[in-house]
Write a protein that binds this ligand. Sequence first.
Ligand code: R5P
Length: 316
Amino acid sequence: MVVVSGSNSGPLASQLAESLGWEHHVLETRRFPDTEGYTRIPSETIEAVRNEPVVLVSNTFPDSGIVETLLMLESLNDVRKGELHNLREIGPQTLPDVGKGIILAIPYFGYSRQDKRFKPGEAISARAIAHLLATKCDGMVVLDIHAPEVLQDLPVPISFTSAMPELSERLQGTVAPDFILSPDKGAIDRASQVASLIGCEFSYLEKTRIDAHTIVHKAKNLDVAGKKVAIVDDMIATGGTICRAAEALRNQGATQVHAACSHGLFTGGAIARLLRYVDGVHATGSLSNAVDSIPGGPALSRGVHEILDKLDLKPQ
Ligand code: R5P
């Protein structure tokens, strides 16, 4: 089987291919002068993506990632259907349809933020994007999406996978924390999983978001005096959530504070800001970032195995 990627997930696709023991092919992607995207499956990759099921690793972030993902899926569908006719008459123009077998693995699902309709008339963006992608693949794997519920009822099977086991290993190996903190209720499942994998104490904060840059935590006594604490979240964007939680921890006597997440968006100088509050920042490479130290490939590999089972497609 084969793993392919475009412009935004090459290193993670390589990690996935290595975890699975499969080939990794990079698809051609470029931009026209007016910035519109172009994708192509190189001639030497056409046979590979027709011979066996194929996993496309691609982020739906930023917006250009959505378009690139859709275009690459379109090319994969055409090639697997054998629709190869082209104006230059290069190669065979048609081949037999090789059937289903396109899996989309999304390390960072962009547009997962708007997962509910808060006011009448709003688009539920996560659902809209997922349904669009589902029209062009046979199954999906999504890594550590904030609220998986929003992707229920898709017309294709989906596997949710998580890098928390690898995040736990990283924290245990470099920090050996005594205490794991979830900075809000939304991260409780992930952070408590990390605490139980490490075998340490756990608690959570209650957060209210005032706006994109301002959050407040409800005061809470945490038993962290003299302890090394790691704050675990699904994503870090501005860093505001982590900075406020780190302040609370320091005020209550934590000796070290670390931050760990799956998705390091790190907007507007967030890493520099974070390093004024925490002793270390750890993220996967789901998005390219300067603190990519947690392997994301094994989690994607678990998701791919699960979706292959659901689709009854066995690796050869
Ligand atoms: C939201 O609840 C997420 O889990 C994160 O806590 C949030 O997106 C982090 O954003 P920021 O770094 O801007 O506080």
